[in-house]
Design a protein around this ligand. Structure first.
Ligand SMILES: Nc1ncnc2c1ncn2[C@@H]1O[C@H](COP(=O)(O)OP(=O)(O)OC[C@H]2O[C@@H]([n+]3cccc(C(=O)O)c3)[C@H](O)[C@@H]2O)[C@@H](O)[C@H]1O
Ligand SMILES: Nc1ncnc2c1ncn2[C@@H]1O[C@H](COP(=O)(O)OP(=O)(O)OP(=O)(O)O)[C@@H](O)[C@H]1O
Ligand SMILES: NC(=O)CC[C@H](N)C(=O)O
Length: 577
């Protein structure tokens, strides 16, 4: 069997920064050439970044992508890497938006060589569920392209094509000896395992290796986790790239030789085109050893997703630093440590804003955490401002509780305006679900790092992060007190979260069913949750839609995050069973 040396560029592009992304591809091409690769693949829309959302509807952006692709081909050749075939993901169009002729805007892959575009493949399966809206922007392609490289027929596909499967069936019919699948597949818990299963199934179906390349990096509320892999027809993993980090994965892959003298043929599913680049088996002097990425544990994987999602949001949006209120509670503690891990202690500013209801232990715990982590920390009491406000406008009860949270929010936003910090909202998924936060108060801010993390998982992450520090012989970042104390908003005397909410284990169980699983009230009661608690929580979740719609984005880690993954009407009289 011929062997091809395949290079997969698991890179971190920036949406809309075509020059930066082109530079990443050029650098990968140079490194792949040095490594003696016969083919380089880059990620889905590696030139434009992913998802471009409604930028796809802008004629000027589509033009910019098409033009930049042509220039990129020339640049790669000018860099001395012209003989290397390079697969690039980009945005294309062969018709206007909304055209009814089967043409339009395309999620495309081009193969570049010798300064030219050899062919353009248009993604066949367009995902249109969850966070994906590709039917809104793109028209599906119906022609599969194969390139004969070193005597192997290599088929090229894009992301959802591996899940939908039709291009793989056609690749098998066309006698492909390798299928390249370039992805921008966002992280969620358990997704990596599901990808591996589907890639194995496709490799077995084609009877040839599948090279699955994923993007890496954060883009607003999505984080791409890398984890690229090459899987053989027998299901074994030939090589794999790290999760949550950029990497050029170079692997020698034995592939079935091109056996057919076919040129182009039409299947009932898709037509195919074969482009002959080189017939002779590629020469490899010394085989390289395959690399295998370490497996991540459940908590480490989530932590890395949150860390990278936050780091890229801050850095790609040009913030010098972040700021958050540090209450001495678990949510702001975990958010602060994540921020430290993401961008370094010197860029993290924390503020304690005690009121008359704040306990001394909360203040001490906040200061302790800031000191352990080396964060900037100041104390700005809110009582004088609250008192001045009350002298003008008398409020009491819940209004007074919310006033305190809002005064904190005003202070954080002022510090942001003054110093340029990005304000982080420290709310977790359980709170976003039931609306347990003050609008324009503690929910204010530009990014919410743990927005998709249920409270029970927040505790697990805190324990895991401390355990990790212990195993490295480092100081535990989160004081034990913060983990052990009962959660409290401290907005009135002796207030505890448990006064208003069921135990978090029960709450989170109901939320997993009601939010992530779209279960009905009766289903949840059947699962063993008390009917009155289910009724109350479901009602709170329904009513809090208006708060979530105004909330900051945060990194998706679950199957259904709030935001574009779960879209419900605010004005909604349906209660259901
Ligand atoms: N459908 C709708 N569309 C648009 N706006 C709507 C609305 N329904 C109410 N509103 C507005 O929203 C206001 C109510 O929302 P909001 O002002 O936020 O106040 P609200 O949700 O009534 O109270 C905040 C809750 O969050 C809890 N909290 C606060 C702070 C921190 C924490 C914590 O532990 O993390 C918990 C607090 O104990 C309380 O239970 C209404 O006064 C009204 O102006
Ligand atoms: N005294 C305080 N000083 C600074 N920030 C505060 C203070 N109290 C609350 N906050 C901010 O408001 C957010 C909501 O806090 P609150 O204590 O009401 O609820 P929580 O959900 O228990 O959060 P945490 O676990 O961080 O305390 C906190 O995460 C924190 O960012
Ligand atoms: N960009 C895509 O086509 C992504 C869809 C795909 N099912 C995923 O892996 O998330």
């Amino acid at each position: 069997m011929p062997t091809l040396r395949i290079a997969l560029a698991q890179d971190n592009p920036i949406v809309g920064d075509l020059d930066h992304n082109a530079d990443l591809i050029r650098r990968a091409a140079s490194a792949a050439t040095v490594a003696g690769a016969h083919l380089l693949a880059t990620g889905e829309q590696s030139l434009t970044g992913y998802p471009v959302e409604d930028l796809a509807l802008r004629h000027s952006f589509v033009e910019a992508s098409r033009d930049r692709l042509v220039r990129l081909a020339e640049e790669i050749a000018a860099d001395g890497n012209g003989s290397l075939p390079v697969a690039v993901g980009y945005l294309d169009a062969d018709g206007p938006v909304g055209s009814t002729t089967g043409h339009g805007i395309r999620n495309a892959l081009a193969l570049l060589q010798d300064g030219k575009v050899l062919f353009r493949y248009y993604k066949h399966h367009l995902p249109n569920y969850g966070v994906f809206d590709e039917d809104r922007w793109f028209v599906a392609g119906h022609e599969l392209h194969l390139a004969r490289i070193g005597g192997v027929d290599v088929a090229f596909t894009v992301c959802e094509d591996v899940w939908g499967g039709v291009p793989f069936t056609v690749a098998e019919e066309a006698g492909a000896g390798l299928v390249i699948n370039i992805n921008a597949s966002p992280y969620e818990q358990g997704k990596h395992e599901r990808r591996l299963a589907v890639v194995k199934e496709r490799a077995a179906g084609v009877g040839a290796p599948v090279a699955y390349l994923n993007t890496v990096g954060g883009q607003d509320d999505l984080v791409f986790d890398g984890g690229s892999m090459i899987v053989a027809a027998d299901g074994s993993i030939i090589s794999s790239a790290r999760r949550f980090a950029s990497e050029l994965l170079v692997t020698d892959v034995e592939c079935p030789a091109a056996s057919r003298a076919i040129a182009n043929h039409s299947s009932s599913l898709m037509s195919t085109s074969l482009h002959v680049l080189s017939e002779e088996p590629a020469a490899i002097e010394t085989r390289i050893e395959p690399t295998f990425a370490p497996e991540l544990g459940r908590h480490e994987e989530v932590w890395e997703a949150l860390r990278l999602g936050l780091a890229d949001y801050v850095n790609k949006n040009g913030f010098p630093s972040v700021l958050l209120g540090l209450s001495g509670g678990i949510d702001s503690a975990v958010t602060a440590v994540l921020a430290r891990d993401a961008i370094g202690a010197d860029r993290v500013h924390t503020v304690a804003n005690p009121s008359q209801y704040s306990s001394q232990h909360s203040l001490d715990d906040a200061a302790d955490l800031a000191e352990r982590c080396g964060l900037h920390h100041v104390v700005e009491p809110i009582q004088p401002i609250v008192d001045a406000y009350l002298a003008e406008i008398a409020v009491s009860g819940l209004a007074l509780e919310n006033l305190q949270a809002r005064v904190r929010g005003v202070i954080w936003m002022s510090l942001s305006n003054q110093h340029g910090h990005l304000v982080l909202a420290a709310g977790n998924k359980s709170e976003y679900a039931v609306g347990y936060s003050t609008l324009y108060g503690d929910s204010c801010g530009g990014f919410a790092p743990i927005k998709d993390v249920l409270k029970t998982l927040v505790y697990e992450l805190a324990n895991w992060r401390n355990e990790k520090a212990r195993s490295l012989g480092e100081t535990e970042p989160i004081p034990e007190n913060i983990i052990m104390k009962p959660p409290s908003a401290e907005l009135r005397p002796d207030q505890l979260d448990s006064d208003s909410l069921p135990d978090y284990a029960v709450l989170d169980g109901i939320l997993v069913g009601y939010v992530d699983g779209d279960a009905g009230r009766e289903d949840l009661v059947e699962q063993g949750y008390p009917a009155d608690v289910v009724e109350r929580i479901a009602g709170l979740v329904d009513r809090a839609e208006y708060k979530r719609r105004q909330s900051a984005p945060g990194t998706k880690i679950t199957v259904k995050s709030f935001g574009r993954d779960r879209r419900l009407p605010i004005t909604n009289h349906f209660r259901g069973k």
